[in-house]
Design a binder for this molecule. Sequence first.
Ligand SMILES: [Zn+2]
Length: 451
Amino acid sequence: MVRLSFYGGVGEIGGNKILVEERGTKIFLDFGQSFTFGAGFFVDYLQPRTLSMLKDLLEFDLLPRIKGLYAEGLLERTGIGYTEPEIDAVLLSHAHFDHCQHICYIDPKIPVFLGEGTKIFLECMEEISYSCKYGDHDYRTFRSGAKIKAGGMRIEPVHVDHSIPGAYGYLVETSAGVIAYTGDLRAHGPRKDMTEEFVEKAAAAEPVALICEGTRMEEVERRQNYSEAQVREKGEEIVGGTDKIVFVMRYSRDIDRFRTFYEIAKANGRDLVISPKSAYLLGRLIEDEHLDVPDPRTDGAIRVYYRRKKSGTYDDSDYYKWEREYLDRMVTCEEIRKRQKEYLMELDFYQLTELIDIRPERGAHLIRSMSEPFSDEDLSEEVLQNWVEHFGLEFHQMHASGHLSREQLEWLVDTIAPKKIFPVHTENPQLFKKRWKNAVATRCNASIILN
Ligand SMILES: [Zn+2]
């Protein structure tokens, strides 16, 4: 008997936690945090208590009540006694927080399988962010095509193209047949060949079940989306057509987007200015020889922007240890202000205040290469547009999503042709049901028997 249980990612985008069990073997596919996690019980400074985090979350069933899953120390005061692990493995698809964040609660004795790239991302996040702690784990890294053994199950990770390096789908062998899990994926990025390989392998396995992401499964797509190549083309037009500074906003872990603007900068004889955080991440990612990223320590086209801190004099001691590695690649607001046309600069929303010192010429450009806001009443959007107007910037929106379009999704499901489809990571599971007779409506905290 093969049982599938969904503890997150049902009827919402993100928070995937999928339990697969058979004959005493239990594995979790992802263990993420949903974007709306805790809403309804916690808000602003009303948050779970540090000393009894797990207890406070279990109180409202915000995490599954499963024996042999959580770390011993965290179970104190919860009323759930500690038992040795009853979960054989947790398999992470990639390092986005809605797929991995909640591993911080699980027993360190449970092996966590993940791609090399994912492990580097998790380590970086712990090093550069105070609030990000995943806890100790028995991490086991793999490469695409490896055969993982967990309890009595064999699992094959297959790389996919997503908006973060090191993303994988999984093929889980069970007595009922293969269960294919997509993780998050797209087919319009620079490595769409990896997604194609996943689809090919999944189709060949004639899966009994396909657990499929559906982020962009909508009646009508509400937001503009490009391919990565189109972002390159449109970005090139803007940068090539101006002698003013160009700012760009992107997701910090989207390395494809970094590469796109790095290439645009180089093609136009500009330096790409990045934050110490991005430099640190790139400096770590070059350890993975499968990722083709430039080395910020030596690459002549990359400069690192240091904002003034503490003493205000750019003294080494003003910066965190991990930030200091790139001080010799430093560019300051004074230099940028003087030679604006020589730079293409990454600028995070929370660093907009640097514009006050950089003083961009009127008519300079700001490209938001991220998702458009979900609602018209988005407060940050209003604030951003006020900054744009105040500094007389020209604003551009251009983004390539990390997820399959509806059309690509239909191609993926039809090509794999599974016996049953389980939509996850989507607000519209009913659209799967409408399109495919064999799509199954899942419920959160509920199980389905496969044979
Ligand atoms: Zn993702």
